[in-house]
Write a protein that binds this ligand. Sequence first.
Ligand SMILES: [Zn+2]
Length: 358
Amino acid sequence: MASSLIRRISLSAARRGGVYGLLRRVNQGPTVLFYHGIEEKLSDPEVQSLHLPLASFERHIRYLRRHREIISTDYLYDCLMNGHRLDPRQVVLTFDDGYKNNAEILAPFLKGWDLPFTVFISTRHVLEGRRFQVYLLRTAFLYTEHKVIHLASIQRSFEAGTPQAKRSALREASAAMKEAPLRIVEWMMSECRQLLRPERWAELDQRFASDEPMNWQDVIRIQSMGATIGSHCHDHCILHSEEPPPEVRSQVMDSKRVIEQQFGECKFLAYPNGTARDISATAYQSVREARYRMCFTTIEGEITAKSDLYYAPRVFAQPDFEEFCYMLNRTGTQNESYDMACRSFQSGNAVSAAANRI
Ligand SMILES: [Zn+2]
């Protein structure tokens, strides 16, 4: 606790003392930031950890407006394709999953500032009003009254008798879920649903309205308010090598088709989870075949002329303001590790970045 306070005081001093001007000298290109939801108030930050309070988000935006230029994903793509100079001051705002608060809070807020943004939606969640997998897992594990949780889907049992045991069980189950194919994840979700009574779920779903997905009317509304709508797969399916290739292909194709039927085009995709191990060779090949223009990972780095358009870096927008400013100004220091991740992925898949500019 004390060390995190000392860190924040040091970061604040660094920001006020102009240290970030020195850090920025290594910056080479725009930063694509990613968020999830924006909420007025959070009642349980452990369950609602993907949502940033509006007051914190407003502080981010005020800082970005003062020090950076917020551009759209389309503008970024056009600059890359037309060889226009990329400016390290430029920032793109993206939001993953497609939460209802994107329509109720985020879009009206950003429209008020006339700022562009992109929302990557998981299309089946939006079409069917299904809650996202991480919400079901977190809520089931943190609120169950069972002392032991057994999940036949992953052949694991977890102690859950104390809040600490619940948290540790949640961490392990969450890691297992992210490595499992969709078929097992769906089975896990039905088991999670059984960990609480239906009345308890109804009560918690209402309390955590932040985690409800948008419906299709909401998506149409935010698009009319300046949002670019991109794909986040059909079932928020993580496209790692455990996922069978036919499923990977239908995830990237189906979500694109659903969005195109409404808006005429779907140019961008964000890989769910999006780390290096969450993107298989089949996934990479499939997004190219589906003719997306640009696909985003969660591997840190800046967009430069060398970036692989189908393996583009993004940076997580840290909730804490001082951490956010620090991270934003040091993005250039991440470029080398992004380049390495990119090279190892490309050599594994025998393709070059140049060949991807189709
Ligand atoms: Zn996601």
